[in-house]
Design a protein around this ligand. Structure first.
Ligand SMILES: Cc1cc2nc3c(=O)[nH]c(=O)nc-3n(C[C@H](O)[C@H](O)[C@H](O)COP(=O)(O)OP(=O)(O)OC[C@H]3O[C@@H](n4cnc5c(N)ncnc54)[C@H](O)[C@@H]3O)c2cc1C
Length: 388
């Protein structure tokens, strides 16, 4: 199906097999606050790298997988079948970085991240600046051969596992005063501290603390690209990550549809399997139908990128894929809880976990409202037929 090449089919099967290895650890992670024993997690990360499922988005010459966008989607889709973020071991370092990194940054950050020896986190959002990234108040001012960074960042995902952060700030003083810039900050560094670590709806080992950066000094060699470049990187990252969010939502919907169908065939009520009750059958049929539509859209978006589709068109299509796939997965999870009945409300049930976990897919990497605005903005400028 979907006209996959042999290589596409092979990596998809590898990723599916690996996801099936991770699934038995979900309940243990859920009941332990998201944590698995360190050696188990390390083993999963090692296996993901050995199978070629990590850094699939990075260039081969730097040690990455150099996979097509479609193949990256196929891998992330399978990782999305697993709850509690156990699939995050198939990590994807920022693919925009090699093009702008200095040779020194390639050696200190990019190559080790690709090899799985270093891990990044993103410190962009602030209390008063989420959707409106331009409203950030964090500052960076140059002092000789260093920059001094100040700001309080929210929702810094993976801060507890990362050993460097991308920190976005507004330049204070100098020729680019007021413009954005991005910096690499090694962790720990004097002046960086966790303000607090709030609890979130999902149960995963990666925390999202509020982190204060107070007079943090980094060498000028840690500026990413040039002064004033900060927003460009964010947009490029969003395009990639939105498609990967869509891919993981496909995986979640696939797993849920599979599990609720198996349950509905088996579970009997009124002397019949519940799949024979029209109201239950409708929920199953709607879920598979929407999954088919979402898959077709996400795969075609990925293929378009591989064909070199116009960047603005791809940008809108990634937004469409993220919007539709995340909302679709949310509907499927809601139905799955319903099909499982009381069991669907138990933490040991995959539908309960996904019901909580999938909610954020409509919020991070740009909310559903923002995706709709991006799509409509392109529709105002060009013939909708060029976009879909
Ligand atoms: C679990 C989690 C992990 C995260 N990880 C990271 C991370 O690692 N690094 C990082 O930097 N950030 C991270 N974020 C932040 C995330 O990107 C933001 O939460 C998201 O962009 C929304 O911003 P906000 O929460 O400030 O909501 P707001 O921007 O305040 O939006 C509130 C509501 O208003 C709507 N809205 C806002 N502006 C508009 C508009 N112009 N038009 C229409 N509607 C609008 C939104 O859609 C939303 O419904 C994370 C968030 C979560 C929940």
């Amino acid at each position: 199906m979907y006209g996959f090449s042999e290589a596409d089919g092979q990596i998809q099967a590898l990723a599916r097999g690996f996801a099936d290895e991770l699934i038995p650890f979900e309940e243990q992670a859920e009941l332990a606050g998201g944590e698995l024993p360190a050696d188990v997690t390390a083993g999963h990360a090692k296996r993901a790298r050995e199978l070629g499922l990590a850094s699939t988005n990075m260039p081969v010459e730097l040690g990455g997988g150099g996979r097509t966008t479609l193949q990256q989607v196929l891998v992330q889709e399978q990782m999305g079948r697993v709850t509690n973020a156990l699939g995050w071991v198939a990590s994807t370092p920022p693919s925009w970085l090699p093009a702008v990194a200095t040779p020194d940054q390639l050696e200190r950050y990019v190559r080790p991240a690709i090899a799985g020896d270093r891990e990044e986190c993103y410190a962009i959002t602030e209390e008063g600046a989420g959707t409106d990234v331009d409203a950030i108040e964090a500052t960076a001012h140059r002092d000789g051969d260093q920059y001094v960074l100040n700001g309080v960042k929210w929702h810094v995902t993976s801060y507890n596992t990362a050993d460097f952060a991308f920190f976005q700030a507004r330049l204070a003083g100098g020729p680019h005063d007021g413009e954005h810039a991005m910096f690499l900050v090694d962790l720990p560094t004097p002046g960086v501290r966790v303000v607090r670590t709030p609890a979130y709806a999902h149960t995963i080992s990666h925390h999202h603390p509020i982190v204060a950066f107070e007079d943090v000094r980094v060498p000028t060699a840690n500026l990413v690209g040039a002064e004033g470049d900060g927003m460009t990187f964010a947009y490029e990252w969003f395009r990639f990550e939105r498609l990967m969010v869509a891919a993981r939502c496909l995986g979640a919907a696939d797993r849920l549809t599979e599990e609720m169908t198996a349950f509905a065939r088996d579970r009997r009520s009124g002397g019949r399997p519940i799949i024979e009750h029209g109201l239950v059958a409708g929920m199953l049929a709607d879920s598979l139908t929407e999954l088919f539509a979402a898959r077709s859209m996400a795969y075609e978006t990925a293929r378009g990128i591989d064909r070199g589709t116009d960047l603005k068109v791809s940008h809108a299509q990634c937004s469409m894929a993220k919007l539709y796939c995340s909302e679709m997965a949310g509907r499927v999870a809601d139905r799955a809880v319903q099909v499982f009945g009381g069991r669907g409300y138990m933490r040991e049930n995959v539908a309960e976990r996904f019901y909580r976990e999938l909610r954020v897919e409509r919020i991070w990497e740009g909310t559903s409202e923002i995706q709709r605005m991006i799509i409509a903005r392109q529709m105002a400028k060009r013939d909708p037929a060029t976009l879909a």
